[in-house]
Design a protein around this ligand. Sequence first.
Ligand SMILES: [Zn+2]
Length: 54
Amino acid sequence: MQKQCPTCNGSGQISYFLGESRFLLTYEECPDCMGTGIVQEENDSEQNSFDEQD
Ligand SMILES: [Zn+2]
């Protein structure tokens, strides 16, 4: 299942200000969706419970 990447809001890019300058806006490929803007939603129907006793 796919959903819009919450990190970049589906744009595939994240922008941030570099250093102190308010005018130097840097764009970078979103690491969460690798620039696609879409992330794979994890299948949470499968619950793996780790209740191993030590
Ligand atoms: Zn993203």
